[in-house]
Design a protein around this ligand. Structure first.
Ligand code: ADP
Length: 300
């Protein structure tokens, strides 16, 4: 049996970055030292960005996600964890209507974004995706220069004045500027995988979104690039609300303020939200046995 232990790093003795947490596979049950400065449940006082009510998602006649209700709050990192196939990707892609391109996709219930129904009549999908940016598992830069990748969305939206400053700002926010400032006109395809993923984050930030959705953004990256992406999330959350899907529990523990655990319903085998709480609560004393089994490695 494997169990997860979460320990605070950054005490100085091992030279690690302060505030990071690490999980080791050993007994006993997890303890977690949060990087947050706030106490438990203080997050509930933050403004609500997404108010999700009884959301179910179908692909054709097959239900992928059922009866999900939760609130995602401003300037927090919210992690979505759970076993493969439980609807994590479906969930996050529903937040900015990224699933609309799938013909069989259908959603019921309601997603309110700052009080506005994301799927309401007359909603402009381009505007939804401008405000709610997304970065995918595999870095997907365009075969263009680094500059043109970041400038692409602003140009498309007609945001042409001050473009150089906008590109620089986005690259700085994505912690990539210093590495690329002397090669902005060279191809993005020449960057490393980790740099390409930070470029994709810069590309999303260039239109000044409100929310950043990250669908397993580090799963294709090496540990050093993964750490860079995680550090970036810590720095970005003062400006953005971040939702991250990860199959990696250590990563959720390191980066997230709140964590949603999804799993397959025992009877219907449909993805469902089991528990949503402060990350500390989810890892230290989950309320549901299914969450406990998952975070202590007893699942599957
Ligand atoms: P996860 O991200 O947790 O692995 P997904 O959201 O990718 O889960 O998938 C949830 C369920 O929805 C799975 O049963 C999957 O096969 C199904 N599904 C996902 N995308 C599609 C699609 N485009 N068409 C049909 N079924 C899909």
């Amino acid at each position: 049996m494997t169990t997860w232990k979460v320990t605070q790093l950054g005490s100085g003795e091992d030279g690690e970055v302060p505030g990071r947490v690490r999980i080791r596979t050993e007994t006993p049950a997890p303890t977690i030292a949060s990087h947050r400065t706030e106490g438990a449940r203080i997050n509930d006082s933050r403004p609500v960005v997404f108010d999700i009510n009884d959301m179910s998602v179908y692909y054709g006649s097959s239900r992928a996600l059922m009866n999900t209700s939760m609130r995602i709050r401003q300037h927090l990192v919210t992690a979505v964890i759970g076993p493969s196939g439980c609807g994590k990707s479906t969930f996050i892609r529903s937040l900015n209507r990224m699933n609309d391109s799938i013909p069989s996709f259908r959603i019921t219930g309601q997603i309110l974004y700052h009080g506005h129904d994301v799927y309401g009549p007359g909603v402009n999908r381009v505007e939804v995706r401008r405000r709610i940016g997304m970065v995918f598992q595999k870095p997907n830069p365009f075969p263009k220069s680094i500059y043109d990748n970041v400038a692409w969305a602003p140009r498309n939206l007609g945001l042409k004045s001050g473009l150089d400053e906008r590109v620089e700002r986005a690259l700085r926010q994505a912690a990539l500027w210093d590495e690329v400032k002397n090669r902005l006109r060279t191809s993005a395809m020449g960057l490393s995988g980790g740099q390409q993923q930070r470029l994709c984050i810069a590309r999303a930030l260039a239109v000044e979104p409100d929310v950043l959705l990250l669908d397993e953004p580090a799963s294709a990256l090496d540990p050093i690039s993964t750490a860079a992406i995680e550090d970036l999330m810590h720095s970005l959350k003062s400006r953005y609300t971040i939702v991250i899907v990860t199959h990696n529990m250590q990563q959720a523990a390191r980066v997230a303020d709140q964590t949603a655990f999804f799993s397959l319903d025992r009877v219907d085998q449909v993805g469902t939200l089991i528990e949503f709480d402060d990350t500390e609560q989810i890892f230290r004393s989950p309320r549901d046995g299914r969450t406990r089994d998952y975070v202590t490695g007893q699942f599957g």
